[in-house]
Design a protein. Sequence first.
Length: 253
Amino acid sequence: MRKPIIAGNWKMHKTLGEAESFFDSVKGKLPDADQADTVICAPAPFLAALSGRAGDGTPAVGAQTMHEEEKGAFTGEVSPVMLTDLGVRYVIIGHSERREYFNETDDSVNRKVKSAFAHGLIPIVCVGESLEEREGNKTAEKISGQVRAALEGISAEEAARAVVAYEPIWAIGTGKTATSDMANEACAEIRSTLAELYGQETAEQVRIQYGGSVKPENIAELLAQPDIDGALVGGASLEPESFIALAEAASHE
Ligand SMILES: O=C[C@H](O)COP(=O)(O)O
């Protein structure tokens, strides 16, 4: 039985005060940690303050990206050592916005996933197809290829701890959600790729999220699908009430 995981990706939103106030508002209103995991992936400047506030009854803190090196001349970047030093536990790797606007490739995603595991961070590895790829019946090939590339050189023990987020690019921030059947079909494709790489037992342990216009109104139907174990949520993770509702729905799975 896989524990559901709801992760908010705040992207480039909020001030520090708003971020702290969000944590104060949700504290104690989220499901128990044995029912569902909750995570907020916040902008880098807020991670120290939020980690200081995180604990029982709050979401865990995650980053939205990181550099693979521990240190060096990489102006503007954040290293895995900096993240773990702050108490950050999760890191999103390879979000489609990083791939599209910041030149992240399957190779760099793989290097970052390796580095995340080497530093004890749990990567939330994002994969997903464009509208053109979906319409060209290339969805399975695209997401399976992205999973294989991201996990190249990753052991079964590590892979079992990974979170994979299926985010069809055409559904992100557009209000267009994949139907729950479509989302599950893609998540099942990811699981079958994991089974080919690591065997069925490991594949059954990996938590696979759906992301793309998830909101309190549609999350129950998505989570009811057998291969969807949680959600990576952008817009609907920004307000405490909405995030609490998403987490609450996950605790009923
Ligand atoms: O990481 C989150 C996704 O990009 C989904 O964003 P959205 O929920 O605003 O569509």
